[in-house]
Design a protein around this ligand. Structure first.
Ligand SMILES: [Zn+2]
Length: 191
């Protein structure tokens, strides 16, 4: 059983995550509380894991000539707060107090612009492959810690496809919401 780091949120940073700065963020609108958590999947190239391309992409350092797919996303400036790799390692690209660019045009409970008030978590994965058990374990623990730090997200956990239906499909059919919710409850009980 892989060790789960003891995560902690301090000043918008997740202690226990590897910090990598993305330039793709700005300020949240004034007096906007964090009240939603959005789960995504990403892999570069699609359905290929490892390689470090996602990290390069979020830092605007991806060499677009490396793979034909990269040319289809050339110049895109996006980010996420957190990325959970297949190994379970957690990377943080944007401080939680800042607005990461992960959701795009989106609506949650009739409230637009989800980037303004959400935290984005990307799982290294795809719509056509199961996620790793360690990713679920780590995700649940990270969500537990984030919910403690930002109580308004307690009831508000969504997939990218939920807030941008028709436009986005991630985290995809292989993402197991029931398992995720059960593991979050278990993480809370273990405290
Ligand atoms: Zn997404």
């Amino acid at each position: 059983m892989q060790q789960v780091p003891s995560f902690q949120v301090i000043d918008g940073q997740l202690i226990g995550a590897r910090q990598i700065a993305s330039p793709n963020y700005n300020q949240r609108p004034e007096q906007t509380e964090i009240q939603l958590l959005v789960v995504h999947n990403i892999s570069l190239p699609p359905s290929q894991f490892g390689g470090g391309y996602i990290e390069q992409f979020f830092q605007n350092q991806l060499d677009w000539s490396v793979h034909p797919y990269f040319q289809t996303i050339e110049g895109m400036q996006v980010s996420t707060h957190l990325l959970i790799l297949r190994t379970g390692e957690v990377l943080q690209f944007v401080n939680f107090n800042d607005r990461a660019w992960h959701a795009g045009r989106s609506t949650y409970l009739a409230k637009k612009e989800c980037n303004d008030y959400s935290i984005g978590i990307e799982l290294e994965g795809s719509d056509d492959r199961p996620f790793e058990d360690i990713q679920y374990t780590i995700l649940a623990e990270v969500i537990r810690v984030l919910q403690a730090a930002y109580p308004k997200i307690l009831q508000h956990l969504a997939g990218h496809s939920d807030i941008a239906p028709g436009r986005k499909t991630d985290p995809g059919p292989f993402f197991d919401w029931a398992k995720t919710r059960a593991l979050i409850q278990q993480a809370k009980a273990d405290q």
